[in-house]
Design a protein around this ligand. Structure first.
Ligand SMILES: NC(=O)c1ccc[n+]([C@@H]2O[C@H](COP(=O)([O-])OP(=O)(O)OC[C@H]3O[C@@H](n4cnc5c(N)ncnc54)[C@H](O)[C@@H]3O)[C@@H](O)[C@H]2O)c1
Length: 248
């Protein structure tokens, strides 16, 4: 049966891959991103696959934008069954003391506050719906920081924490949450981080990551959809897509 899926960060990378796979299954999709051009392209691709789709331009760190994307989704489709809380950014690789407070605020406002605002405004719709599922895109950096990536790692630890709280606090309301943690996923997100890349930084990242098999966005999208379908059982946990990296 066709369900309603709300996906943030749907313009490129993982959000786009999830949207296109769900479109193939004939679901109703509300796609959100601040990148309007690529977001509209994802929406067009999903429509061609037969899905009913809306695209809502929004900055997930802006509370009014979040209220609007939730309202537009409910207006178009009546409810929200699944929320893929996925939009995120990286900032240039640095040691912690080298980050400016502006860089810290920008990343935390998108990766943590943006995810929180999505949760805050989607959950009341799910309560009204007698249930729903939230998939937060966390990271291997939710378990262990890679080198020169401390603020990003802190943001993904925080999002894993929000996932656990939803799992604990909403199970009686039939609302479940799962974190999906890519490790090395082939998307453009690290382009912004790589502006400070040096051999020393590269060696530090390689040493702190360890050997692992990179995944495509499509492969991680399959895990996201699996987590959506098994959220009751996985509730509150994070699915580790480490590709062989071992965390002690
Ligand atoms: N690529 C990796 O190796 C990797 C590893 C672990 C976790 N992740 C996480 O996966 C998620 C998806 O990233 P991706 O790798 O597909 O990269 P991506 O850059 O292709 O996708 C991120 C999307 O989020 C959107 N976005 C960013 N800030 C936004 C904002 N303020 N408002 C609205 N939209 C915004 C971007 O426009 C983009 O479409 C992110 O949360 C990222 O942290 C990625």
């Amino acid at each position: 049966m066709s369900k309603v899926y709300l996906i943030t960060g749907a313009a490129t990378g993982l959000g786009r891959a999830v949207a296109l796979k769900l479109a193939e299954q004939g679901h109703r999709l509300s796609l959100v991103d601040y990148n309007e051009k690529d977001g509209q392209a994802t929406a067009e691709g999903a429509k061609k696959l037969g899905a009913e789709v809306i695209f809502v331009k929004a900055d997930v760190s802006n509370e009014e934008d979040v209220k609007n994307y939730v309202a537009q989704t409910v207006k178009a489709f009546g409810t929200i069954d699944y929320f893929h809380n996925n939009a995120g950014i990286m900032i240039p690789f640095r040691l912690l003391h080298e980050y400016s407070s502006e860089e810290y605020d920008r990343l935390m406002n998108i990766n943590v506050k943006g995810a929180f605002l999505g949760i805050k405004y989607v959950i009341p719709v799910m309560i009204e719906n007698n249930g729903g599922t939230i998939i937060n895109t966390v990271s291997s950096n939710s378990f262990k920081p890679t080198a020169f990536n401390g603020v990003y790692a802190a943001s993904k630890h925080a999002l894993a924490g929000l996932t656990k709280s939803i799992g604990q606090d909403y199970q009686d309301l039939n609302i479940f949450a799962v974190g999906v943690a890519p490790n090395t996923m082939q998307t453009n997100i690290s382009a912004a981080a790589s502006t400070t890349y040096t051999e020393v930084i590269g060696a530090g990242i390689a040493a702190s990551t360890g050997p692992n098999i990179p995944a495509t966005a499509e492969e991680i999208a399959d895990v996201v959809i699996f987590a959506m379908n098994r959220a009751k059982t996985l509730n509150g946990s994070t699915v580790n897509c480490a590709g062989g990296q071992i965390y002690n």
